[in-house]
Ligand binder design. Sequence first.
Ligand code: SAM
Length: 287
Amino acid sequence: MANLGISQNTIAILQKYQFRFQKKFGQNFLIDTSVLERIMNAAEITKQDCILEIGPGIGTMTQYLAERAKKVFAVEIDKNLIPILGETLAEYDNVTVINEDILKVDIERLVQEQNGGKPIKVVANLPYYITTPIIMGLFESKVPLHSITIMVQKEVADRMQEMPGSKEYGALSLAVQYYAKPEIVANVPPNCFMPRPTVGSAVIKLTRYEQPPVIVKDEKLMFQIIRASFNQRRKTLVNGLTNASFLQVGKEKILEALDQMGQSASVRGETFSLEQFAQLTNLLCGN
Ligand code: SAM
């Protein structure tokens, strides 16, 4: 099968099947071989690897993955793409296409079936409308994985890497950095896709930590505290947390915890590092 990273080949297959792009599925297919190569290099794929690809589209990246990995399983929601994938991936016997919604499929069960429960790598040009739920779902569900190498909206890639003090720093930065080391691998302009997206894109690699970089007694509570702090960015941390339904403690205890941390009562959540959110959570759990 011809390399679909070359735009003429993508156009030919789309015309053959009279494929109509569905905006609601975030369909922007890659048509740039050098970007595809860079994604493969960043993901460090070897013949030992089992790969989950989210949204294979017409199979462009799937071809690259199938050439390099032991096994690829690709989850695609659009049933109109399934016959096309049948043709574009026909020569590979190490690819399984699953016609499902990635947000509904039981990924842990899939990893069990496809790789005997051993860690996989996730590689994808993601549908941008569901980037955050996909990433958080993968991390929170404890699917065994080494790394996630993905194309996302440029702005979202930046947010995942941000540190306190930046305007873009927020709940997503903290969640990603709790589970993984983020590293932007490439910036990708709209002309590398068909059709062209209206936003810039970037490839980011998230390498999962074996142990999170901070010790927290109650992970769920820490993320509730983080979300509450950033939901009301302009409020002080104390005001954001007072009366929060998930906290069993009142204002006095929160002030006491901040005091123990050497923080003033007027501190804002957006200045807190991951370590500080963990410390605050541990102090509030203890109460
Ligand atoms: N991997 C292809 C490429 O790079 O050319 C296509 C990438 S395109 C940005 C995103 C793909 O994800 C589309 O094929 C789309 O149909 C699929 N998709 C969208 N929502 C999905 C979902 N909930 N579950 C699985 N696939 C989805």
